[in-house]
Design a protein around this ligand. Sequence first.
Ligand code: C5P
Length: 286
Amino acid sequence: MPSMTVQAPAKLNLTLDVLGRRPDGYHEMKMVMQSVSLTDTLILETVPGEGISLSTNLGFLPADDRNLAAIAAKKLAEATGADFGHLNITLKKRVPVCAGMAGGSSDAAAVLRGLNELLGLELTPEALARIGEGVGSDVPYCVLGGTALAEGRGEAVTPLLSLPNCWTVLAKPGFSVSTPELFRRLDSQRLRCHPDTAGMLSALEAGDLTGVARRLFNVFEEVLPVRRRERVEELKQAMLHGGALGASMSGTGPTVFGLFDTREAARRGYELVKPLCRDTFLAQTL
Ligand code: C5P
């Protein structure tokens, strides 16, 4: 029975800016994104029959057609007319859920890439990204991966020169953040600061890791409820004390990450942050 294993990397936001609200209710974004080596693993298997079934190691995730991985498979079939019979998706989650690292979007993107190969559809990454748009705003970026600028509602992706190889420590505090809720909070107040996106793009172009780390910035930090903002700040400070070149929150949070230039430095940062936050990970940028 045809089957294949695909990896779904987490993403970090090196910058995240919200430029305004759009008539369609979404927000105009400008974000520099980066894939990291913390991944979910998906096994895709096609068998005779029809429909999609999904099993996962996390009992609280929807294991039916509400899961983004299943929605992606359906959208691919609709867009291409491909008939894959019955699809079994086995999803091993490692990327924390609702954490600002696009875990669900990356699973959806992995299904699109995986089925494209398994079924020999020969769609380009750009064509897969367009199908992913219908699944979620971050899915097109997750199809392409690497270092990229994401604009529009997040779906307009421009690949960038890769971030110089480095290491990251990721810490997910024990609270979840609702994305629509955080956008509502952002609409109700005026942002005081924005990231230096142009400076970030120049630093990436120059391969200047210190310049990149100095410009990490996420506008959602400012609109977090105060206790949560303090927790994020505490973890950022711990990353910096542990030797990070820079630290920020990813996406709508609450995951905080630090960038380190060597594995040894990241290991020291990890040892310092881990006692403060149970869900702490060490990863490499991709
Ligand atoms: O596109 P996605 O389903 O990932 O978006 C989830 C929610 O996040 C949207 O319903 C919307 O409330 C908010 N959103 C937004 N502007 C964006 C992306 C997401 O307001 N650019």
